[in-house]
Design a protein around this ligand. Structure first.
Ligand SMILES: Cc1cc2nc3c(=O)[nH]c(=O)nc-3n(C[C@H](O)[C@H](O)[C@H](O)COP(=O)(O)O)c2cc1C
Length: 180
């Protein structure tokens, strides 16, 4: 039996979702990290990807101004750091310091990659779309690196249930979900 739900529960019905850490930086000043679950590949040739960022997030303004971002795919090993980056704001906090995550030199953008994440996708913003209280930033992929342990010829290995999926929990312990 199906029941009608509050429309506001829509995004919960589209979960679990892959969870990533997006890094961004202005030319001057400290870089920031935001946890995101609303991401989507949007083109194969050229490779493009979209992220949806709340207009009130600090990262929203940084990405808008700098025109670039990096998608870093985390694992279970840094689950609590992912939680911190998704519940605190870079407006007040240096999240690299707070989490001890390591900023790694990017190849084609200014925003750093995160060393502890086995996949780093560097993107330049080519457009944006207003979507209610979020902005969808569309990024052209300009560099892609992945730990050789996590893929075979570009096809990801199931890395032992370590990839994080958001399942809309309200506290750290019940937020993530893992698949084999
Ligand atoms: C698991 C998880 C997923 C999230 N996904 C998104 C998302 O897709 N888009 C978004 O705008 N905020 C998302 N958030 C909320 C932001 O990460 C959060 O508001 C963060 O504190 C904003 O940081 P900032 O102010 O430094 O940009 C998510 C939070 C968590 C914990």
């Amino acid at each position: 039996m199906k029941e009608d739900l509050d429309l506001g529960k829509m995004s919960r019905m589209l979960s679990p979702r892959l969870t990533v850490l997006v890094t961004c930086a202005r030319e001057e000043g400290r870089p920031n990290i935001i946890t995101l679950s609303w991401t989507m590949p949007t083109s194969i040739r050229p490779p493009m990807v979209a992220i949806s960022v709340g207009k009130r997030r600090y990262s929203h303004d940084v990405i808008k101004e700098s025109g670039e971002f990096v998608i870093n795919v985390p694992t279970k090993d840094i689950e609590s750091e992912v939680w911190i980056c998704g519940t605190t704001s870079g407006r007040k906090l240096d999240k690299f310091k707070e989490t001890n995550l390591t900023a790694e030199k990017p190849k084609k953008v200014n925003a750093p990659c995160i060393r502890e994440c086995p996949i780093n996708i560097e993107c330049k913003v080519t457009g944006s779309i207003e979507s209610g209280d979020h902005t969808i930033f569309i990024g052209k992929v300009v560099a892609l690196s992945a730990d050789s342990n996590i893929h075979t010829d570009g096809i990801p290995n199931p890395i032992n249930g370590k990839i994080l999926y958001w399942r809309n929990g309200t506290k750290e312990g019940d937020t993530f979900y893992f698949t084999k």
